[in-house]
Ligand binder design. Structure first.
Ligand code: ACM
Ligand code: ZN
Length: 758
């Protein structure tokens, strides 16, 4: 049991008073399948019949209330085809009546009463009235959301609802840097957030892989920083113009959603530095990042021009976003550039800063002063606690909830979005619906005053592996669990929640054209396998969502919508380069499996390893280094064999002495994933496994600092006339990760693929 907090005790009290349903009710509260579930629900006798024409009555002198009335009128008009009017005065006909007791209030509570004669939504403020409207939509059957369904009348069960949120910050981070999403797609997500009473879109607009917000003063941010070169040579990117941003902010405001922009600093800044190299410590030009991970390029803290730039950017951001809160990132800042920079070191001496963590803290405080002088409040990721931070900063927790407890004890407000419950970029297999539902933004062991500093939480949609093709099934239905975790007071009954989701919300979302994903499986799982007898390769496809079509090519190109359909009986036998890729709603997913088949002389021959590979990365099994399959750049593709902190030492038995011309072994470098190339690869040959002849040793000159993933073939051409039955390959692990690496001093991985003998 976790410690109770003030709001939860209040919720519990409400629960003790309410749990009986009037005997005269014609339907039970089981028919109310609203998510997030309201605080107080009482079923009543009868129903309201929505039929043509519909009257909405609202005090339109209250501008916001008038907007909400128009919003509801539009919703009903579009979904039913009925004529809908908004009037200021209540007549005698059945009507939907909206009232708000105060205008400018931030209160979110509302009461919704449905009776045969009328529907009333009453809020302390218009904010609450809009939430009442969103609840009302969910009292209609799922078919109401399907624009192709037309009925003469729609039945809404009579009910009395009183409702208010548990937490005031109910958000979702949307990363549009790693992948870009069109403005209409962002609006669609905002609309969905609002339906579930989520009130913050945390818009992650800048990162290493793309700068997505137009800044008039610094045009190169979007001319250069918004575009990256993909491995296939194509240009990828996009950005939002200032007009588009204003449009999104307004669209969100209408739906009670505040758009909180995130401008990352001092790290995750490579796209900006690509546009303006003078912002980095070295001044060297760098590309917009093309791989995922934590990059070394960060803003130079010792250069006054960095702050002139950031303040210029923030001036325009503040003009576009009315949000009181502005997110400045602050996560994952490797400090080696600052350590090696004369200007940064000089600044640290001038300011008496003991180390680079103190320099980061100085940086963040300086930006916070800039924001607070303009009436705004700073949010940063939990790393901003590290060198010290003022209590006026709000901390967004991501690594684990211990940081939430530390922050509230220091007196900081907290938004909780820990990887354990809130990272929706993780597959539902590792973060299932049920676990999201258990999320409690209040960490254990804090007192009531500390708990009151927990503003709420967010569902984080990082998009390294999410595009418009798989966004829906990664986000839904898990978002509903987050919405209820953050809104609903009192006890949370996961069985009842799952019933509401499965019986009502999933069909409702489908009617809205949302592709609903699995509760606890991968959206799609592709695994490469080898038939140990024939050595033919095949890809197993496990589907977590309906409507998935898998296609493949055998010419080295990426499958398109026109490529051939892959079925489970297809085997890759002939030499070639095969790629398998799933499609959803006609769009290719950002996952694929590439398998290269090579019929070389060691294919299928037994291999003996001196050091066992890691259990996480065993490859395809005993034959993995001679299975005739070459791995892709994806270290999870099942074909790589990984060794942590160890050498690879493999002996192949070709079965009989035979001529050999060359030996080639391919390794992976993926520095941000702690995978480096071996220092060298040595080969020796033997005819009898007793007498060994060294055939040579190959090293390489590829710097570990290269951020993009690469495969490197260590190739040794043997002296002419060489013969061997046994071939021994020793690949030397490069030792601990270098000092500038995020994992400095920890063991390196080496990843081996095939030992190709010709
Ligand atoms: C984060 O996931 N680096 C905030
Ligand atoms: Zn510097």
């Amino acid at each position: 049991m976790r410690r109770g907090t003030a709001p939860r005790i209040a919720g519990l009290a409400a629960l003790l008073v309410v749990p009986f349903v009037p005997v005269a009710a014609q339907h039970s509260t089981d028919a109310i399948r609203v998510v997030p579930y309201p605080e107080h629900v009482e079923a009543r006798r009868g129903a309201f019949t929505l039929r043509d024409p519909v009257r909405i009555v609202a005090d339109t002198a209250n501008v916001r209330l008038g907007e909400i009335a128009e919003f509801l009128a539009r919703v009903i008009g579009e979904q039913t085809g009925f004529a809908v009017t908004v009037e200021a005065l209540r007549g005698t006909d059945p009507a939907i009546v909206l009232t708000a007791r105060g205008a400018a209030h931030e209160a979110e509570d509302y009461e919704l009463t449905v009776s045969p004669a009328e529907i009333r939504i009453d809020g302390t403020s218009p904010r609450g009235v809009l939430w009442g409207v969103q609840t009302l939509r969910q009292l209609l059957p799922p078919a109401f959301e399907d624009p192709t369904v037309r009925q003469a009348a729609w039945i809404i069960p009579a009910v009395s609802i009183r409702d208010r949120p548990k937490f005031r910050w109910r958000g979702s981070l949307f990363d549009v840097s790693r992948h870009f999403f069109p403005v209409e797609f962002v609006e669609r997500y905002i609309d969905l957030l609002s339906r579930y009473k989520m009130n913050v879109l945390h818009w992650h607009l800048t990162d290493d892989q793309g700068w997505r917000i137009e800044i008039a003063k610094y045009p190169r941010l979007t001319e250069v920083g918004a575009w990256r070169l993909e491995p296939d040579g194509s240009r990828y990117g996009g950005f939002y113009t200032r007009d588009e941003i204003r449009r999104v902010v307004e669209y969100a405001r209408l739906r009670n959603v505040t758009v909180v922009p995130e401008i990352e600093m001092p790290g995750h800044a490579q796209a900006a530095i690509a546009a303006y190299p003078e912002l980095g410590c070295t001044g060297d030009s760098v590309p917009v990042a093309t791989s995922w991970g934590v990059m070394r390029e960060i803003y130079c803290a010792g250069n006054e021009r960095t702050f002139e730039f950031l303040e210029g950017v923030l001036d325009e951001v503040l003009a576009l976003f009315p949000s009181e809160y502005i997110h400045i990132g602050g996560d994952e800042v490797p400090k080696d550039r600052w350590r090696a920079c004369d200007s940064c070191q000089a600044l640290m001496r001038r300011e008496g800063l003991a180390d680079e963590a103190a320099l980061q803290s100085w940086f963040v405080r300086r930006i916070e002063r800039y924001l607070s002088a303009r009436g705004r409040r700073l949010i940063g990721w939990d790393e901003i606690l590290e060198g010290g931070i003022d209590t006026t900063a709000t901390v967004q927790v991501w690594r684990n909830m211990a940081h939430a407890a530390s922050a509230v004890r220091l007196g900081n407000d907290v938004i909780a979005s820990p990887t354990s419950h809130a990272y929706f970029d993780g597959s539902p297999r590792s973060l299932p619906l049920g676990r999201v539902y258990e999320f409690d933004p209040v960490p254990p062991g804090v007192d009531d005053a500390e708990a009151s500093r927990i503003l709420g939480g967010e569902a984080n949609i990082w998009t390294e592996y999410i595009t418009t093709a798989n966004f829906d099934p990664m986000v839904f239905p898990r978002l509903l669990a987050m919405a209820e975790a953050l809104w609903t007071r009192g006890a949370h009954d996961s069985t009842a929640f799952l019933r509401r989701v499965r019986d009502d919300q999933v069909p409702r979302l489908r009617a809205m054209d949302v592709t609903v994903g699995p509760e606890d499986r991968d959206v799609v799982r592709l695994t490469t396998h080898v038939d140990s007898v024939s050595l033919a390769a095949y890809v197993r496809v496990e589907r977590g969502v309906e409507g998935l079509v898998v296609r493949f090519t055998e010419d080295g190109t990426v499958p398109t919508q026109d490529s051939e359909v892959y079925d489970p009986s297809i085997r890759f036998e002939r030499p070639g380069m095969y790629t398998v890729r799933p499609f959803l709603n006609g769009e290719g997913l950002p996952v694929s499996r590439t398998v290269e088949v090579d019929h070389h002389a060691a294919r299928g021959k037994p291999v003996r390893l001196t050091n066992e590979p890691s259990r996480q990365y065993p490859g395809t099994g005993a034959f993995t280094l001679t299975d005739g399959l070459l791995a892709s750049l994806d270290h999870h593709d099942g074909l790589w064999q990984g060794f942590l902190g160890r050498d690879l030492e493999a002996t192949i038995d070709l079965g009989a002495g035979r001529p050999a011309d060359s030996i080639r072994v391919t390794f992976l470098q993926a520095t941000p994933s702690w995978i480096l190339l071996p220092r060298s690869v040595a080969v020796s040959l033997s005819l009898d496994e007793t007498e060994w002849t060294p055939a040579g040793e190959v090293s390489h000159e590829i710097p570990a600092t290269r951020e993009e993933r690469l495969r490197h073939a260590f190739e040794l051409v043997l002296p002419s006339g060489s013969r061997a039955r046994y071939i021994k390959v020793v690949a030397r692990n490069p030792g601990p990760l270098p000092p500038w690496h995020a994992g400095a001093g920890r063991p390196s991985w080496i990843f081996a693929d095939e030992i190709v003998v010709r």
